[in-house]
Design a protein around this ligand. Structure first.
Ligand code: CTP
Length: 424
């Protein structure tokens, strides 16, 4: 394993050696674990480094933070802590633990335990390896389930037959790793998978835990093969009978992922767009059922529900009731920005896509430079006309008829004269 560690950037290697020395001084065993070992053996680049201590991991992390002048953040509920190193990397340090599952699908009860017990509670053989960081054994691989052999054979294999029953999130994890790494589910693992799904194990997951698994799929570099494989394993309809993966979903996922910089660089809702694609034009009851099942946060819920509100806008555009950009602005102003971006990226009609794109980029935050105070300065008497004038000036601005603050003032004055004359 020394060769695998040697591939790490020098800065991280030095920190791991330093951490190993500190573990020696403290009389503790320290290991690299889980996905970090898997990715090291596969030669895959990885940002997060996971460590496990056979002993008090939080205490060790706190000493490591002092020694490295890093920042220490404990997570006592999980017996873990993060050390943010001054050079920008971070190390996640856990107390090696055993887990007991009291109820299928619920979170386990955890208690400190030796590393071999810690490895045995993990999901798949390829994630159940550790590498010693202590001086004398530095680089030694601990691999009780032949994870290395499964990496070579490109197989995702559970450690024991109850694995999916203990923790049904592993159903989604299995497919995520399989598709990300282009591995296969080992035969028995696939059989247990199908049994767990037909036995209703997905139903044991709470909405938020299930939704988190869907979110994790959506932040994979390519979510579609994961959805597609879940479909073929009957796992999508186990979430909700109305869910399916088909060529329509494939196209949508491609359109979203190939959209480059169409969203702003700070946009953080890509996963929402993929989920909207997965839940797209379904019957109202299906959408309602999905929302009930997953209990999404407000933002996702609105993005899903606004897909139905959108069809009313679409009818209004088709019938000509919505014509100018300002009409469009008023019709979609309360629709989720994620939904509008989804439509801008995927709507089959180029004209609709372009309307949504213009709204998303140019009009959604449209504001006037003038306000009630300006109208007062212009000598317009306070009253209900204020709302009407400001609204009309905003429409003119969105429609590109005016641009500068001076033009807004002039438009307001003209509108007032007209209203005044009409009222007179
Ligand atoms: N793990 C597990 N069962 C779970 C979740 C996690 O056994 N339901 C273990 C696995 O050993 C896994 C490790 O905890 O490797 C860390 O979990 P996570 O960060 O979710 O997985 P990674 O393997 O690091 O995945 P990724 O590459 O996506 O970060």
């Amino acid at each position: 394993m020394k060769e695998a560690i040697a591939q790490l950037p020098e800065g991280i290697r030095e920190r791991l050696t330093q951490a190993g020395r500190l573990a020696d001084e403290s009389g503790l065993d320290l290991y690299l674990v889980g996905g970090t070992v898997r990715d090291l053996l596969l030669g895959r680049a990885r940002m997060d480094i996971d460590l496990a201590v056979d002993g008090d991991g939080m205490g060790f992390a706190s000493r490591l933070a002092r020694k490295t002048e890093g920042r220490y953040t404990p997570h006592p509920r999980f017996l873990t802590a993060t050390v943010d190193l001054p050079e920008g990397n971070s190390l996640d340090v856990a107390t090696a633990r055993g887990e007991t599952y009291e109820q299928p699908g619920a979170l386990p009860r955890v208690a400190p335990a030796p590393i071999d017990v810690d490895l045995a509670r993990r999901d798949f053989t390829i994630n159940a390896m550790a590498v010693s960081l202590n001086g004398r054994s530095f680089g030694n691989l601990v691999d009780p389930f032949n994870g290395r052999g499964d990496l070579r054979s490109r197989l995702v294999r559970i450690l024991h037959d109850r694995s999916y029953i203990d923790d049904p999130t592993r159903l989604f994890r299995a497919v995520r790793f399989e598709q990300r790494l282009r591995f296969r589910l080992e035969r028995g693992t696939e059989r247990r998978f199908r049994e767990a799904v037909s036995g209703g194990m997905i139903g044991n997951l709470s909405g938020p835990r299930l939704l988190e698994q869907l979110r994790l799929i959506c932040v994979e570099p390519d979510p579609w093969p994961v959805f597609n494989r879940l479909e073929r394993l009957d796992a999508l309809k186990a979430i909700h009978p109305g869910l399916a993966s088909d060529d329509g979903l494939k196209t949508l996922v491609q359109e979203i992922s190939q959209s480059g910089d169409l969203a702003s660089s700070t946009y953080d809702g890509w996963w929402i767009l993929y989920l909207v694609a997965l839940f797209r034009p379904r019957r109202q009851e299906t959408l309602h059922g999905i929302v009930e099942r997953l209990k999404p946060n407000r933002r996702l819920r609105k993005a899903i529900e606004d897909m139905s509100g959108w069809s009313r806008v679409e009818q209004a555009v088709e019938s000509g009731r919505i014509d100018t950009p300002a009409d469009f602005y008023r019709a979609v102003r309360t629709i989720s920005e994620d939904t509008i971006l989804f439509l801008a990226l995927t709507h089959p009609d180029e004209a609709v896509r372009s309307r949504c794109e213009t709204y998303y980029h140019h009009h959604r935050h449209a504001r006037l430079s003038i306000d009630g105070g300006t109208l007062k300065e212009l000598g317009i008497p306070e009253g209900p006309a204020y709302g009407q004038i400001l609204d009309e000036v905003l429409s003119m601005k969105i429609n590109g008829e005016i641009g500068t603050a001076e033009e807004e003032r002039r438009a307001a004055r003209d509108l007032w004269s007209r209203l005044h004359r009409l009222g007179a």
